[in-house]
Design a protein around this ligand. Structure first.
Ligand SMILES: Cc1ncc(COP(=O)(O)O)c(C=O)c1O
Length: 385
């Protein structure tokens, strides 16, 4: 057996395979009953009235941003610590993203900094639960309500998570999930919009299906897209969801094992999870403490990869991505908390079927990599540590 441990791996059982094959035996490969059932299940999980399945989390965000009527001249507050799609959906509409720094514990938009960024042009907030962590979402919902701003919740990493018993995906006007293969639940590719707003529901349904309104196949009410999800993808996601409790239990166990093995490592900062939070565990991210130099994290990643351990630098700050710098004019130093944390954070192998033995090997390899970095040429701070 290979000694490689991937960063992520889908968890596909015979149930998923059977579900997809069953669809192949029917005449309906798209826009069918499996999709409708998936929409119902996801809406119920998020405590929402409507679910609209689409081809990706990015498509979901795009539909929501358009249904919100965002456009040129609007400002939308968002986080720099995310996958780029949460900002791209703002840019797609011609609106301008306004980045607000993050809270160092939750890694999410810092509610304490948010109000200072609100201007007369602010129309909306795109909030992201980074690494599936809900921190700050309740305060941000209140700020949005107080200022009459539209709240869009990007829950692409947090399907099934809760705060104070309330599901993520239930905040704001509309929320969305991603079913990309590294997520808790995959459809191969896919996304889901959930909302209580029937107008949003109707607009998003039109947008995903070439602007069609209802079943009139060649009548197009507005400019739309092909953001449909096929019945095959829907069947895969639905079969995964039928095992959701088992999937989340395994991911919790994996996170628990990482905590147990890393808690005494004085060089690492582990995720902070409050008692009121129920995680569904998207990834397991750790941070080198502030005594490490920028660049040390990249060396740790390099050493882990050389040892066959999949890991990554989630997330490089969005405001420093070249096209954002060019378009928005953001610069290094604009969001110091995010920048400091992002350059020291790495995510470790994390997937539903990861074994205790694999986690042990990852942690041993991480210990060795950190020791090696401490002994390295730029390790003047070794004594300080
Ligand atoms: C926070 C966030 N938003 C949006 C997306 C986009 O989802 P998709 O890859 O399904 O388009 C992702 C995907 O990783 C994500 O993590």
């Amino acid at each position: 057996m290979s000694n490689q441990i991937p960063l992520s791996a889908p968890d596909i059982t015979q149930r998923e395979i059977d579900a997809v094959v069953d669809v192949l035996r029917t005449p309906t490969l798209t826009c069918g009953p499996v999709l409708a059932e998936l929409e119902k299940v996801c809406a119920r999980m998020a405590g929402r009235r409507n679910g609209i399945a689409v081809s990706s989390g990015t498509a979901a965000l795009h539909c929501i941003a358009m249904a919100a009527g965002l456009g040129p001249g609007d400002e939308v507050i968002t986080t720099p610590m995310s996958f780029v799609a949460s900002t791209n959906c703002i840019l797609y509409t011609g609106a301008r993203p306004v980045f607000v720094d993050i809270n160092a514990q939750t890694l999410n938009l810092d509610p304490a900094r948010l109000e200072a960024a609100i201007s007369p042009k602010t129309r909306a907030i795109v909030v992201v639960e980074a690494f599936g962590h809900p921190g700050g979402i309740e305060e941000i919902e209140q700020i949005a309500q107080r200022h009459e701003l539209l709240l869009i919740e990007d829950s692409c990493q947090s399907l099934g998570a809760k705060v104070h018993g309330r599901p993520l995906g239930s905040f704001g006007r509309a929320s969305c999930f991603s079913f990309y293969p590294n997520k808790q639940v995959t459809a191969g590719e896919g996304g889901m919009i959930v909302t209580d707003d029937d107008r949003f529901d109707a607009v998003c349904r039109m947008l995903r299906n070439h602007g069609r309104d209802g079943n009139a196949w060649l009548a197009h009410q507005r400019l739309g897209y092909n953001y449909r999800m096929s019945e095959l993808n829907a069947a895969l996601a639905l079969a995964q969801l039928s095992r959701f409790d088992e999937i989340v239990a395994k991911r919790r166990q994996a996170a628990h094992t990482y905590f147990e093995l890393l808690i005494d490592n004085r060089y690492l900062i582990l995720p902070t999870i409050d008692g009121d939070t129920t995680m569904s565990w998207y990834v397991f991210g750790v941070r080198l403490n502030d005594l490490f130099e920028p660049g040390d994290r990249d060396e740790v990643i390099r050493l882990l990869r050389c040892d066959g351990i999949g890991c990554s630098n989630y997330f490089p700050p969005i405001h420093l991505q070249p096209y954002i710098v060019e378009q928005i004019g953001t610069r290094q130093g604009d969001l110091p908390v995010c920048e400091r944390i992002a350059e020291r954070t790495l995510v470790l192998p994390f997937f539903t079927q990861i074994t205790q033995g694999q986690i042990q090997r990852v942690c041993e390899s991480l210990d060795k990599a950190i020791e090696k970095v401490l002994m390295g040429p730029s390790a003047g701070r070794a004594q300080a540590l």
